[in-house]
Design a protein around this ligand. Structure first.
Ligand SMILES: Cc1ncc(COP(=O)(O)O)c(C=O)c1O
Length: 379
């Protein structure tokens, strides 16, 4: 399939059009071998030695993500945390890194705990303000700026192009966690980022039935080679079945993300006008702080994630989540089923999340059903 001839929707539906050479199968065979035959001349003409880092099940989903992100190469990992932490593990002790105050909480905890004790100098800043990035960056010392946009779970927006310019002027790489935006709505590498990471557990797979992660690079460089070594040697790699399922899930990525994003926009607008909700956090609302930047760097929608703040406070918010019937009370996001979560209960102390906040992951159900169910739960 000529990738220049077809739109990304077509490439994704057909998994780049790959067909198995041996069987002409349209859906790829499941590769389960952990090891590969060495040639009589002692070489490995197949190019594969051992499954940990050379599983052929990675090839097609990695190639598809690379194509969707307009990148040079992608590596799959066992989950989003393995992917994200590999980016930091490929740095050197003493390196200064900037990360946002509002970001996926588990990665923030890892950065402040484990990564810091292993010698990274981690500084959390307001990444939505380019002036704050400019003030915090240390030319020559800062090696990585980490961005998440829209950022969990307040859905704040970072200007990728502006941040990339500041990072590059200081000699740092820019990495973007684009899990909630997906390559359907945003292409960070085209905006100047060097690396884009996904928790593929979420929208890329889309069916809440596996964990996976990916990192895509714009260029081959020393950091990327170290990152490759982190995956090969530390081995947080994806299993064959999960790789196969991920590709299966990705085939419907465009339909799912566009449906979820359109429904999220309607839900946000609906509850923005509801007095029982004190605030709707969604970048698609014209009054949202990052709306203009989001409109510039996202194409075709603002994503399927939003949060609401319940006017009655924390107890009322927990009661709303308890009363929904269609929205499922569970963590995670990006699946075909809509999820609701009282986020402060998950993130605990040190989180910037207000205690009255409910995070909503909008699925692909009928949007009127979702609005009605949340409406009745609000009481
Ligand atoms: C934005 C974001 N990044 C990273 C992760 C971590 O991904 P995983 O749960 O696949 O390890 C998550 C998980 O919720 C996430 O929401």
């Amino acid at each position: 399939m000529d990738v220049d001839e077809f739109h990304p929707e077509s490439l994704t539906a057909q998994g780049l059009g790959w067909v198995d050479d041996a069987t002409r199968a349209i859906s790829p065979p499941l590769h389960l071998s952990s090891t590969y035959l060495r040639d009589a001349d002692n070489g490995y003409s197949s190019g594969r030695v051992y499954m940990r880092d050379q599983n052929p099940a990675f090839d097609q989903p990695e190639a598809l993500i690379t194509e969707l992100e307009h990148g040079h190469q992608t590596l799959l990992f066992a989950n989003g945390m393995a992917a994200a932490t590999a980016v930091f593990q490929a740095l050197q002790p003493g390196d200064h890194v900037l990360a946002p105050k509002v970001m996926y909480w588990s990665l923030r905890n890892w950065l402040l705990g484990f990564a810091t004790s292993w010698g990274l100098d981690v500084e959390l800043i307001d990444m939505t303000d380019p002036a704050a990035v400019q003030a915090a960056i240390r030319p020559g010392a800062t090696t990585l700026v980490w961005v998440e946009t829209p950022a969990n779970p307040l859905w704040t927006i970072t200007d990728i192009a502006a941040t990339a310019e500041i990072a590059h002027a200081a000699g740092a790489l820019l990495a973007v966690d684009s899990t909630s935006a997906t390559p359907v709505l945003s292409r960070p590498l085209d905006l100047g980022a060097d690396l884009v990471m996904h928790s593929a557990t979420k929208y890329l797979n889309g069916h809440s039935d596996l964990t996976a992660g990916s990192v895509t690079t714009r260029a081959d460089n020393e950091h990327w080679q170290r990152l490759r070594a982190v995956r090969a040697q530390i081995g947080g790699t994806l299993g064959s079945m999960e790789s196969w399922l991920l590709l299966r899930g990705m085939r419907t990525l465009f339909l799912r993300v566009r449906a979820a994003s359109a429904s999220a926009q309607r839900i946000a607008e609906h509850f923005d006008a509801d007095a029982r909700v004190s605030e709707v956090l969604y970048p698609g609302l014209p009054g949202a702080a990052g709306h203009e930047v989001a409109a510039r760097q996202m194409v075709g929608g603002f994503g399927g994630m939003l949060s609401i703040r319940v006017a009655g406070g924390e107890d009322a918010a927990i009661a709303v989540a308890a009363k929904t019937r269609l929205w499922k009370r569970a963590t995670s996001l990006g699946g075909v089923e809509s999820l609701i979560e009282h986020r402060a209960s998950v993130e605990g102390a040190g989180s910037p999340v207000p205690s009255d906040l409910l995070r909503l992951s909008v699925g692909i159900e009928n949007v009127d059903d979702l609005i009605a169910d949340l409406g009745q739960a609000l009481g």
